[in-house]
Design a protein around this ligand. Structure first.
Ligand code: ADP
Length: 386
């Protein structure tokens, strides 16, 4: 059978209690293919549920970003995978070998997992080369040096092998931490907020370099980040969490264009939120009618529209260029750099005003109190039950 890893892991996500005698063929196959596999993992701190029935598999060479609001359980899931937290429920496997289940746990250093933390945790009294050699101490010294230098070369830090960590910039320390995690060639790399100690400019450069290094390494990588844009930049797949649960798992494109609920739609960027009622399979909004398949007649719904889903154009004598009078009054316009943000006031069928934001590429700055025509990109409008 030709199995697609993405489909399998989605299937695992839909059926979190998967590893029993009746496990499906697809689930068994996913565990064979996955480098890191978490199955029906839950975790409580005293009475507080931090991770709630999460199943997730990461294939070799794949980068999965865990995102979600602070406190949703991302770090706990990473720490359970690393063995820094004792597993209470579920199972963790690396390359098909169970490394943790309740009552049985392989120690962190024997899991074949490399770790990178937010603060890099380099030993200040050891030179860069010795920091990177640290996890290789079971190898002969000559081989340790060779492997450590090769890892430093991979992150472009070979020239700093004899430096001490405090002589390096934050970005350089981050690269050394990555080299140290990769030097033992682990099957799995776990990175917890690896760029949050860097300022904005440096962060963009370092994460770009890191992406290429991680892809070259071939390891299954789990990255915890609270930054949705960072997740979209880095991830092959994103795992969006809330209150300990996995809300949605899929490609960045899938999460952005097919969010499963209001939370998922709003997590990856600002949205305009309107409400309405389904009539005849459609819902009216001040900027056009949307079909509402799958929603019952009379259902109260929320309509979420991304600011870039509103296409504005100049109007002449009160009509849009297509002759349709979807008009909005401009309240303010601001150039944000690559895009312009236009604040609009639109009226619904009952004449009630609504404030909306439109984001237009480039320089589009209509004057305050003028009118613009609004067209709606229906791909960027989402309807959910209210
Ligand atoms: P995130 O990484 O998404 O910010 P965490 O996994 O750190 O979330 O935390 C999940 C929840 O568990 C939060 O409510 C947090 O307060 C709680 N928590 C985390 N670590 C501990 C701990 N050591 N003791 C008690 N509660 C904890």
């Amino acid at each position: 059978m030709d199995l697609n890893l993405t489909d399998i892991t989605h299937a695992t996500n839909r059926h979190p209690v998967a590893l029993d005698a009746a496990a499906s063929a697809a689930t068994v196959a996913s565990h064979r293919l996955a480098a890191l596999s978490l199955s029906d993992v839950s975790h409580d701190y005293r009475n507080k549920r931090a991770v709630d029935h999460v199943s997730l598999s990461i294939g070799p060479g794949e980068i999965v970003c865990l995102v979600g609001p602070s406190g949703c359980g991302k770090s706990t899931l990473l720490r359970l995978s690393a063995g820094l937290e004792t597993l209470q429920q579920g199972e963790v496997s690396v390359n098909g070998q169970v490394i943790a289940r309740p009552g049985r746990s392989v120690p962190p250093e024997k899991r074949g997992i490399g770790l990178v933390f937010q603060d890099y945790a380099l030993f200040p009294h050891l030179r860069v080369l010795d920091n990177v050699r640290f996890g290789l101490n079971r190898l002969p010294v000559a081989e340790q040096k060779e492997r450590a230098l090769a890892a430093l070369r991979q992150v472009g830090m070979e020239a700093y092998a004899n430096a001490f960590p405090d002589a390096l910039s934050g970005g350089q320390q981050q690269r050394v931490a990555l080299a140290r995690a990769m030097a033992p060639k682990p099957a799995v790399l776990l990175l917890d907020e690896p760029f949050s100690g860097l300022d904005t400019r440096l962060r963009e450069t370092v994460r770009d370099e890191t992406l290429h290094v991680l892809k070259q390494s071939g390891a299954a990588t789990m990255i915890v980040t609270h930054d949705p844009e960072e997740a979209m930049f880095l991830a092959d797949r994103i795992a969006l969490m809330r209150d300990g649960k996995l809300v949605q798992l899929g490609s960045p494109t899938a999460l952005y264009t097919k969010p499963v609920d209001e939370f998922a739609a709003s997590f990856f960027g600002e949205v305009n939120r309107l409400t309405g009622t389904v009539r005849g399979g459609r819902v009216d909004t001040p900027i056009g009618c949307l079909s509402a398949p799958g929603h019952a007649e009379g259902a109260a719904v929320a309509i979420l529209i991304r600011p870039e889903g509103l296409r504005l154009s100049a109007v002449e004598q009160g009509l849009g260029s297509d002759g349709v009078p979807n008009l909005a009054r401009v309240e303010a316009s601001r150039l944000l750099g690559r895009a312009s943000l236009v604040h609009l006031r639109v009226l619904d069928a009952e004449g009630r005003p609504h404030h909306m934001h439109a984001r237009m590429p480039g320089h589009f700055l209509p004057a305050d109190d003028t009118h613009v025509s609004v067209a709606l990109d229906r791909q960027q409008a989402f309807i959910f039950p209210r």
